[in-house]
Design a protein around this ligand. Structure first.
Ligand code: PDD
Length: 298
């Protein structure tokens, strides 16, 4: 097989407005409001053993985001499921993560005010989901704190992520893997693309859901695991001081699961190693994932 055929065979397929096409051929109209205004919302959904994980929860959050920005949900639940399952099938990977995005659609005359009756643009693609390296899990990650410079509706999973990109760059420039964001009032909100947790004397704390942070699905799963295994977890505002004094700090997201933070602003968190409570939660989380995988194994 020559190189061109091989490239074609391995080419990623994306979904764009009703069609499955090669990624290299997918094109968005320049007048799409997603391109001009960042006028859209998105989801990231993990796929284990070729099945969508926590689909209902992700779809509900997508519906909430669409509703909050007054973009009509373009598909029924069945249609979403069918579309995403087709996308999964077109790729060989057992573990994937799906990115899906809905923008308000194309509007020829640029206007902040959306025209009536626009047709939302639907885009989705999938990537292989690589497990977090053993080294990262053993060493943890380095994080700095930064002022949360985002808007006041961080509960919406909006595609407009410029502040997150800026803060991620700022973290990198300070030799850190990520940043934990601190509100003007001095409370932890979340990470640049993750939710935040601390542990103090065996109790897990995470900020309560509000317009200041995204209601993470992984966060929700961690809360359920803690409850089922009688590990105390409290939703409570976390001051920057409490963060500094924490025995453990973690970040969570669909692609990273629960990641231990072992360095905060250049100083060790607790013992400087991933903590016991994180270990417990991680073990239960993996067991839950394994049960899900086995459910779909012939
Ligand atoms: N981000 N907070 C923010 C700001 C996020 O962007 C994310 C996820 C989360 C965690 O949510 P969940 O557990 O549902 O993945 C919290 C995705 C992964 C992303 O933007 O790639």
């Amino acid at each position: 097989m020559n190189q061109i055929d091989n490239n074609k065979k391995n080419e990623q397929i994306v979904y764009l407005n009703g069609q499955f096409i090669p990624m290299t051929q997918s094109k968005i109209a320049t007048q799409d409001r997603g391109f001009l205004f960042g006028d859209g919302v998105y989801e990231v959904i993990p796929v284990y053993n070729r099945h969508l994980f926590s689909f209902k929860e992700h779809l509900q959050r997508l519906k909430n985001s669409l509703h909050a920005v007054s973009i009509p949900n373009p598909l029924t639940e069945k249609e979403w499921l069918n579309l995403l399952n087709q996308l999964i099938k077109k790729h060989p990977w057992q573990e994937q993560y799906i990115y899906l995005q809905v923008t308000r659609g194309i509007q020829m005359q640029r206007d902040h005010l959306p025209a009536d009756g626009l047709t939302p643009t639907i885009y989705a693609y999938t990537n292989p989901l690589k497990p977090i390296s053993q080294e990262t899990l053993e060493k943890g990650i380095r994080v700095i704190t930064l002022e949360d410079i985002r808007w006041l509706r961080c509960d919406i999973k909006a595609i407009t992520l410029l502040p997150n990109v800026m803060m991620k760059l700022a973290a990198k420039s300070q030799n850190a893997d990520d940043a934990i964001l601190i509100s003007k009032k001095g409370f932890v909100t979340e990470g640049t693309a993750s939710n935040a947790f601390i542990v103090k004397k065996g109790t897990i704390f995470t900020p309560p859901n509000s317009t200041k942070l995204l209601p993470g699905i992984t966060r929700l799963l961690i809360e359920r695991i803690a409850k089922n295994h009688n590990i105390p977890l409290v939703e409570q505002n976390i001051t920057e001081q409490a963060l500094t004094d924490a025995d453990e700090i973690w970040l969570s997201s669909s692609t990273k699961e629960a990641l231990p933070v072992t360095s905060l602003n250049g100083k060790p968190v607790g013992t400087g190693k991933p903590g016991m409570v994180w270990h417990k939660i991680k073990t239960y989380y993996q067991a839950q994932k394994q049960a899900f995988i086995e459910e779909y194994t012939d």
